[in-house]
Design a binder for this molecule. Structure first.
Ligand code: G3P
Ligand code: MG
Length: 259
């Protein structure tokens, strides 16, 4: 089994970029995260109808753009005409949907880390998504600054078939961690487990840490409520508003277990 890259994972990761203060999953949201000193971001990626990978969360356009309809019906030329910032505030009017290529260029230029989530919608192909994303991701970002995650196990298995664990760190993403979480991690040679912080238990956290995995929680935005999770061994919080943790700072990160 190849060793995992030595990832210096920060305590705080900006969810969909700095999404409390900028339109989620945009270049502006990533720059905003960088500007507050948050150098890792979580981002969602999926495919347009023409196969272009773009940074987007929803299956539809309505919530986060001036368009409507399904992302899967859109072509790149149409996507480029959408405003994806004005829905958030006037300050971001004119923001354009980021392709994966646009986003990787920005991340690479800022030496940022990314937890890239393969977002596989209903009736969409996780393997097609992985095929479109993984080669571009590996070309642009060194393995020490990547964690690829997904709720979709088929997508992750296909991603793993494209690159081994020394090149592509993979995180298993679950809403709540199942009892048999470990075989899932082992079959993927995963580096980390990512879960909804409100559903994590101290016992499950201990099991995961004792087995040598990184443990990441989404999406805590209340540092006081989250404080005990640091004591359970959580490595990183994926927050919409990492700056809000300034008053109740997490304890210093421990070095990762070897392997
Ligand atoms: O990757 C963690 C988190 O982003 C998963 O949920 O719906 O915000 O993509 P969602
Ligand atoms: Mg996500």
């Amino acid at each position: 089994m190849p060793p995992h890259p030595d990832i210096a994972l920060p305590r705080l990761i900006a969810h969909r970029g700095l999404s409390a203060h900028a339109p989620e999953n945009t270049l502006a949201a990533v720059r905003a995260a960088y500007d507050i000193g948050c150098h890792w971001v979580e981002l969602d990626v999926q495919l347009l109808g023409d196969g272009t990978p773009v940074i987007w969360h929803d299956p539809t356009l309505k919530r986060c753009s001036d368009g409507h309809g399904r992302l899967s019906r859109l072509r790149l030329a149409e996507a480029r005409g959408l405003d994806v910032g004005a829905w958030f505030s006037d300050a971001f009017r004119g923001e354009r949907m980021a392709t994966l290529a646009n986003m990787l260029d920005l991340l690479a230029s800022l030496d940022m880390g990314v937890n890239l989530e393969l977002k596989v919608g209903r009736n969409r192909s996780g393997t097609e998504l992985a095929d479109a994303v993984i080669p571009r991701l590996l070309d642009a970002i060194p393995p020490e600054r990547i964690i690829l995650s997904s709720f979709d196990m088929a997508a992750l298995h296909h991603a793993r078939s494209l690159a081994d664990a020394s090149r592509l760190p993979i995180g298993v993403l679950t809403e709540s961690i199942p009892q048999k979480w470990q075989p899932r991690c082992e079959t993927l040679d995963a580096i980390s487990v990512h879960t909804d912080w409100t559903r994590l238990t101290a016992q499950r956290a201990r099991e995961i840490k004792d087995a040598g995995y990184r443990l990441l929680c989404y999406t805590p935005n209340d540092p006081a409520a989250f404080a005990r999770h640091w004591l359970w061994g959580v490595d990183s919080a994926i927050s919409d508003d990492p700056g809000c943790f300034a008053g109740i700072a997490p304890p210093p990160a421990l070095p990762p277990a070897a392997g």
